[in-house]
Design a protein around this ligand. Structure first.
Ligand SMILES: O=C(O)CCC(=O)C(=O)O
Length: 367
């Protein structure tokens, strides 16, 4: 029998917030990862931090788990201060357009874990990967990472769901495909607060329990238009989706997201949430002073196919070749061989693959 270590830390506290939202302000569990500031430290030796049975049950019911603490606020602030100038240097990034780095679109924010050492370590952090093992089983790939900055005056991110991520692509082809059971959809998203994340600076919002039904039909596709508006929530505040309008995908044209069910995830720097990309999610507009930075990493089981139909990315008004792209094996083994893998960054920093737990949970997801 496989026993999970007892987690004696409390579940998130739910506080009432304006707009009918709920703030999750308390880090719920998990030991602090203290290895992040040591450049080549081996992280495979740290003790396991799987989801507890209660957290896993809540994850299946609600489609999310967390927040969990990965770095202390001070570690995160220090790391992000060092990281910001490094992010501006895209010479080693894998995406280029016509010989130049694609810096005009959101593609420029993609997959910097493939060149930036801090991010290369981040995607493999045991505090993240152990919890993903509880959901996906032992064999896990990092598909993609992306930054979601919000600056003062930025609109909120529109409510949306993503299953195969085809809606934003010019080809309208799925970017990912599950091969093991048609009830699996989407990617597991790990959203880490690299700064304070508050209602005022645009924190993430989630709608519990919406991950098992798609309210958007990605096969309809959306046209890209810089500055396009997004779906307007009942509060009437400003929302957009980086040049796309998710209302174009609505299965029912008159439907509106029921924001009375939304949670607002107030998080400290260094905390993270895990949620299905098929969970309805959004963020508040930024109405205060300091920028908010979220870093999203998307994970899949090794059985999934990544970019099965394309050798380039064309979305968000940009286009870039995938010739240098590779998924990263963050846990276990890849017995499928469906995808190109990268074992090190473009600068030669090796990725750390977490060993499968002795009693690995099978991939699990309610139909
Ligand atoms: O941070 C945001 O505003 C949106 C994040 C998001 O859509 C995602 O992580 O998938």
């Amino acid at each position: 029998m496989c026993l999970h270590p007892t987690d004696n830390l409390s579940r998130p506290r739910h506080d009432t917030k304006p707009l009918g939202a709920i703030a999750l302000g308390i880090p719920s569990s998990g030991s602090l990862e203290t290895l992040i500031l040591r450049p080549e430290a081996s992280v495979t030796q740290s003790s396991a931090t799987p989801l507890t049975p209660d957290q896993l049950a809540q994850f299946h019911r609600d489609g999310f788990a967390g927040p969990f603490t990965l770095y202390s606020p001070q570690q995160m602030r220090d790391s992000f201060r060092e990281l910001r100038p490094r992010l501006m240097d895209r010479r080693s990034s894998i995406y280029t357009v016509d010989g130049k780095v694609s810096d005009l679109s959101s593609i420029a924010n993609y997959d910097r874990h493939l060149d930036v050492p801090f991010l290369a370590r981040h995607i493999c952090q045991p505090g993240i990967v152990d919890r993903l093992q509880s959901i996906l089983g032992p064999d896990i790939l990092c598909w993609r990472s992306e930054f979601f900055p919000k600056y003062p005056g930025s609109p909120g991110t529109s409510w949306h769901q993503a299953s195969d991520f085809s809606a934003v692509t010019a080809s309208k082809k799925p970017q990912i495909e599950w091969t093991t059971g048609d009830h699996f959809r989407g990617a597991l998203t790990v959203w880490t607060a690299f700064t304070e994340s508050t209602v005022e600076n645009g924190c993430l919002q989630l709608m519990p329990g919406t991950h098992t039904k798609m309210y958007y039909d990605e096969s309809k596709g959306m046209g890209y238009s810089q500055g396009a508006d997004g779906n307007s929530p009942s509060s009437g505040d400003s929302r957009a989706f980086f040049g796309y309008d998710y209302r174009d995908l609505q299965v029912e044209s008159e439907w509106k997201p029921d924001e009375s069910k939304a949670l607002s995830l107030v998080m400290k720097p260094g905390e993270f949430m895990i949620f299905w990309s098929t969970l309805m999610h959004a963020s508040h507009p930024h109405t205060s002073g300091d920028m908010r930075m979220g870093y999203t990493v998307r994970y899949l089981p090794t059985s999934a196919r990544i970019f099965p139909y394309s050798d380039s990315l064309e979305e968000y008004g940009g286009k870039a070749s995938l010739e240098n792209y590779g998924a990263v094996l963050v846990s276990g083994k890849d017995e499928y061989g469906h995808n190109e893998l990268r074992t090190e960054t473009t600068l030669g920093h090796p990725f750390t693959t977490r060993a499968a737990p002795p009693c690995a949970a099978p991939p699990s997801r309610p139909a």
